[in-house]
Design a protein around this ligand. Structure first.
Ligand SMILES: O=P(O)(O)OC[C@H]1O[C@H](O[C@H]2O[C@H](CO)[C@@H](O)[C@H](O)[C@H]2O)[C@H](O)[C@@H](O)[C@@H]1O
Length: 895
């Protein structure tokens, strides 16, 4: 069963030129249709891809260690001078993302907003060479003889300004290589030191990282405190990023927020920049809902992400987990295009796997320094098959399981003893634990003791960072690559392996099926890394593979890697976000209710109408319908308003008359309409008028039977039978199963019954309703207007689709028309006691400016309403304030 619409898929491999052309076309179409675009993309990344070192004379009192010459300075290093204390150098790590971003400079002006990191007081003596491990600089720097660092709190205003100016001039190697490339500006986010580290080493690495890789906290941390302990710095850092982006934002910019460090940024930005086009790309895996729901701050994190217009993952399965989590954990609805609806704001969900810069990697494999290293390795292991593994030492990378699988190979296939070596390089990770390091060393010693001899060492383990040349020599010399993490968002080493092998052996790859990349690499030998037997068998198969099979597999993998590159990935991101801009017409947001204007129009009007929906408008949505009772504030507001003789106040609800009477019936001047316009009780009248009396209602039993069928199969669902409509509720059911059943039921009703019977099927909030076709809330609104043509003010509020009928009925004006004429509506003519009664059109006193149609929900919700408020509380507050004005008027007039 799959109750989800497929998320929008990136199209099958297309050339970079073709994607860029699509981007260009989308942009020109948008501009032609009046959607403003600045031509800029803002990327929000945790770290800037530049290390800023404070190497010159500092104006802050910072102790500087002896300086190292800037031997490995930036791509284009501005040298420190007397007046310029800063020097810039490349920050390694995240090369796929960074090269992808850089490639967009060929089509867009860009800003990269990111943290500076702690500030080194000398240039790094060599580039961090944790090569092939997509580590953060913090991780790789920590393994080097790195210079001492100062926290950014200690950097003075003047120096910050100087650095910002310098960063504005910085050009990376990738940018320089783009002919005619546009400007990329690096914008530092200045973080408080304690918050920055609480955010990264704390919440990111101790809470989110394990969870996203299917590890619960007690399994990884020896001193497990709380999954919540670093929530405050995570919040603070995300807020600092959002603030910085808002400062540099220009209308028409596209914003891409990257990764799990910044999951709250989309919603923070949405608040600051309601009309911005915001994409969020999650580079890590996203776990299944059963894992994610363990996170204490699950709702905050999901809501933070859902501020984006588009949330993009590496694979379809991660995107599906996310969608399912939103439904299960937050109860949000999925739209029929597969987006997540949060109060009318729809976040589209998609996926687009990142690639590597294949051209650059291919060039790197030709570096002069590689050949001698390759020769040395060949000589060292002559006559033996070489298996290569290259991972960060992090539990999720599965190095322990890999070593055990290698041991199993030697045990189950003893012909390999003395004939195969495993070269395993593990670079230190930030979350490096001495326990894991010890475990790996012990296992290596055990295997070598068990299967080695004086002239044969089966496992060669190097726990160190390696240089680029060594890295490529290692990948090139391998007879087999074994990359078997327990979980990995993508894994770029496997792509680099394939490119490096293109000019050597075309050796096969054993890959874990739990990596993002695996869904693209069906020609690798895919294994469950937990199954030692399976991994050992795959290694055996790979080592024995014929040259023809190797070549055939390699060619397909090579094609994948060289067509799905970091450049196509980045261009796809631009394209997908632009497509959202078109779809959602982000430029058209419903503005918030203008309180002053509302109140002054109310004050000036001699007669006013209030047309109010109930559930979701006056009362917040709750799990059990009978529990949605009016709050004291709602009752107070309705009392105040309906006591003013100048006001006509109606509740226009889908509820039945019994419920409305039970909770609101004591307000004698309140008018009520029940069951979506089926019934009306005029203000002050004791009885209800039934508009459905003369209608054919024989369909009710048939609908009831269908609803019963679905209720029996959907635990937690129930039927609400009203006088002339029926509602099937599934709010208390399993959300995915409930939605699936709802869609099946809707399909049955619409394609069967509704074709033969005079009924309408309405999809409500976790419900399905069936009512007679002839009545709706819009008809009631027209009826009220018809009998109150002298009203000079209308406030009409609603939250769901049935309320759009009311807003539509109030769209009375077109063009420059100032006043409106209303023909007698059906709700008036059909009910005439005497069929011969003649009804004339009426001229209404209201003007366009005095009608306040109000949608309750997000500003980007599709609605016919002119204004929006975000919650029932806000509706009630407006009503209370208007009611207070009535009371004050009355008090004045009685003086
Ligand atoms: O026109 P309305 O006043 O908005 O009424 C529409 C339906 O609202 C009720 O159901 C909804 O609200 C319930 C209470 O919050 C909630 O539990 C349910 O999931 C919602 O669908 C009501 O029960 C229906 O009869 C109304 O038609």
């Amino acid at each position: 069963m799959d109750s989800f619409a497929e998320p929008r898929r990136p199209s099958a491999p297309v050339s970079l030129a073709a994607v860029r052309e699509q981007v260009r076309k989308l942009e020109s179409d948008h501009r032609a249709s009046g959607i403003p675009l600045s031509g800029r993309i803002i990327h929000v990344c945790h770290y800037l891809p530049v290390v800023s070192s404070l190497v010159g004379p500092s104006r802050a009192a910072i102790p500087s260690p002896p300086q190292t010459p800037p031997a490995q300075a930036s791509d284009i290093p501005p040298s420190p001078t007397d007046s310029q204390p800063w020097a810039l150098s490349v920050r390694y790590g995240h090369s796929a993302m960074i090269s992808g971003i850089a490639s967009l400079a060929s089509t867009h002006e860009q800003l990269v907003v990111g943290w500076t990191g702690d500030i080194p007081t000398a240039l790094p003596t060599m580039p961090p060479s944790a090569y092939g491990a997509p580590s953060t600089s913090t991780a790789s720097e920590s393994a080097h003889a790195s210079p001492s660092k100062v926290p950014t709190n200690d950097i003075g205003e003047e120096e910050r300004r100087e650095l910002e100016q310098l960063l504005a001039k910085y050009r990376s190697r990738d940018e320089v290589s783009i002919e005619g490339g546009k400007q990329t500006t690096y914008v530092p986010v200045w973080l408080d030191n304690k918050e920055a580290h609480g955010h990264y080493e704390g919440y990111c690495k101790q809470t989110l990282w394990p969870l996203f890789h299917y590890l619960l906290w007690q399994d990884v941390a020896t001193e497990y405190a709380s999954a919540d302990s670093h929530w405050a710095p995570y919040n603070a850092v995300n807020a600092a990023f959002a603030k910085r982006v808002a400062e540099v934002y220009r209308p028409g910019d596209l914003i891409w927020v990257h990764d799990y460090h910044l999951l709250l940024v989309p919603s923070l930005l949405r608040q600051a920049l309601p009309e911005a086009a915001i994409g969020l790309f999650v580079h890590t895996p996203f776990p299944s809902s059963e894992i994610f729901r363990c996170l204490p701050r699950r709702k905050e994190i999901l809501d933070g992400m859902l501020g984006a217009n588009l949330i993009c993952f590496q694979t379809y399965s991660y995107s599906r987990h996310f969608t399912s989590t939103c439904v299960r954990v937050c109860g949000y609805e999925i739209t029929n295009t597969g987006g997540i609806d949060v109060q009318g704001h729809v976040a589209a969900i998609s996926y687009c796997p990142v690639g590597v810069d294949a051209e650059r990697v291919a060039k790197d494999t030709l570096r002069a320094g590689i050949e001698p290293k390759l020769e040395a390795l060949r000589a060292l292991y002559e006559g033996k098959k070489i298996i290569v593994g290259r991972d960060k030492l992090d539990v999720v990378k599965g190095v322990v399981q890999k070593l055990r699988a290698f041991e199993k190979l030697l045990r189950d296939y003893p012909q390999w003893i003395g004939n195969v070596v495993l070269i395993q390089v593990t670079s230190p990770a930030l979350s490096d634990s001495p326990k894991l390091e010890r475990q790996v060393s012990e296992l290596v010693a055990h295997i070598n003791g068990e299967y080695g001899s004086l002239d044969f060492i089966p496992v060669h383990h190097y726990h160190q960072t390696i240089k680029k040349d060594e890295f490529y020599a290692l990948l090139s010399v391998a007879d087999l690559g074994v990359i078997t993490p327990l979980r990995d968002g993508m894994n770029t080493t496997s792509m680099e392996f394939i490119i490096a092998q293109e000019r050597t052996k075309r050796s096969p790859l054993v890959l874990s099926e739990f990596m993002g990349i695996s869904s693209n690499m069906s020609d690798a030998l895919q294994v469950n890394p937990w199954s030692l037997e399976e991994v050992a068998a795959a290694i055996h198969q790979g080592l024995l593979m014929s040259d023809e099979e190797k070549l055939s597999r390699h060619q397909k993998l090579y094609k994948t890697v060289t067509t799905h590159t970091s450049h196509t990935w980045a261009a796809m991101l631009a394209k997908m976000l632009l497509a959202q801009v078109g779809r959602q017409n982000l430029a058209r947001q419903t503005p918030p209710m203008p309180k002053d204007r509302l109140e002054s129009r109310y004050h000036a009007a001699k007669k006013r109408l209030f047309l109010l929906d109930y559930d979701g408008t006056l009362a917040p949505i709750v799990r059990v319908p009978s529990a949605a009772v009016p709050s004291p504030e709602t009752l107070e507001a309705l009392e105040r308003l309906s006591s003013d003789p100048r006001n006509v106040v109606f509740i226009i609800s889908g509820r039945d008359g019994h419920f409305l009477e039970q909770h609101l019936g004591h307000l004698k001047n309140l008018g009520m309409s029940a069951e979506h316009g089926g019934f009306v009780r005029e203000p002050g009248a004791p009885d209800w008028t039934n508009f459905t009396e003369s209608l054919d209602m024989s369909w009710m039993d048939e609908v009831l039977e269908i609803f019963r069928y679905y209720t029996e199969r959907t635990t937690g669902s129930h039927i609400e039978v009203k006088k002339s409509s029926i509602t099937w509720h599934y709010r208390s059911s399993d959300p995915e199963w409930g939605l699936f059943q709802c869609r099946q039921c809707q399909d049955l009703l619409e394609n069967n019954l509704a074709r033969k019977r005079p009924i309408e099927v309405l999809v409500g909030k976790k419900n399905l309703e069936v009512r007679p076709l002839a009545v709706n809330k819009g008809e009631i609104v027209k009826r009220i207007l018809y009998y109150n043509p002298d009203a000079e003010f209308v406030f009409c509020a609603g939250d769901d689709k049935t309320d759009e009928d009311m807003f539509r009925a109030l769209l009375l004006f077109s063009g420059d028309q100032k006043t409106a004429r209303l023909e007698p509506p059906l709700s008036v003519t059909l009910l005439a006691k005497e069929p011969s009664t003649k009804f004339d059109p009426v001229d209404l006193a209201i003007t366009r400016e005095s009608v306040f149609t109000t949608a309750v929900g997000h500003s980007s919700k599709r609605t016919l309403a002119v204004w929006h408020v975000t919650s029932p509380e806000e509706v009630n507050q407006h009503l209370l304030d208007l009611g207070r004005m009535s009371q004050e008027d009355e008090a004045k007039s009685s003086l």
